[in-house]
Design a protein around this ligand. Structure first.
Ligand SMILES: [Zn+2]
Length: 163
């Protein structure tokens, strides 16, 4: 019992530390730039079926930004999300070190609510980042956003180190 209590305490401390460190991973101005880039990415969305447009902007540790949009398909299942488009663009260019991703979305490109990444995209992110350090910025505007570590959005995720 004592041991599990200690574990719980350390977990809370760790979580507090993580919350504090979110601000140190990306500055407010970098967050704003990323959200702006995600909105620009969204404008390229190919969504003739749902009209739900999503944009993402992926930041490398070298401060390079890769944007992405959702790309729908008449057969539906080949549809690709904005987050995966951004990741696959970056990976295919040789990038492997990522700091954060911003995601925006809305019907006809109008940002009325937060658009969190789907489970598939969270798993794709998990492959390439440290879930305890990689930040997911879910935004409604440049001023209105939520910050999460990937680990918060995909607890106990299955990653390359498990194989
Ligand atoms: Zn997705």
């Amino acid at each position: 019992m004592e041991d599990s209590n200690k574990q719980n305490t350390s977990l809370i401390t760790q979580q507090k530390g993580e919350l504090l460190s979110k601000q140190s991973i990306v500055s407010r101005s970098v967050v704003k730039n990323l959200i702006r880039a995600a909105i620009e990415g969204m404008e390229k969305a190919y969504t003739p079926y749902s009209q739900f447009q999503v944009g993402a902007a992926l930041l490398t540790k070298e401060q390079k930004i890769y944007t992405g949009c959702n790309i729908e398909n008449a057969a539906y299942t080949p549809t690709n999300c904005a987050e995966r488009t951004a990741f696959f663009k970056a990976i295919s260019e040789g990038e492997r070190n990522f700091a954060a991703i911003a995601v925006v979305g809305g019907k006809n490109g109008v940002l009325t609510d937060y658009t969190p990444p789907c489970g598939v995209c969270r798993q794709v992110m998990r492959e390439f980042v440290d879930p305890r350090r990689f930040l997911v910025i879910v935004a409604k505007s440049e001023e209105d956003y939520l910050l999460y570590f990937l680990e918060e959005l995909l607890p106990l995720g299955f990653g390359p180190e498990h194989l």
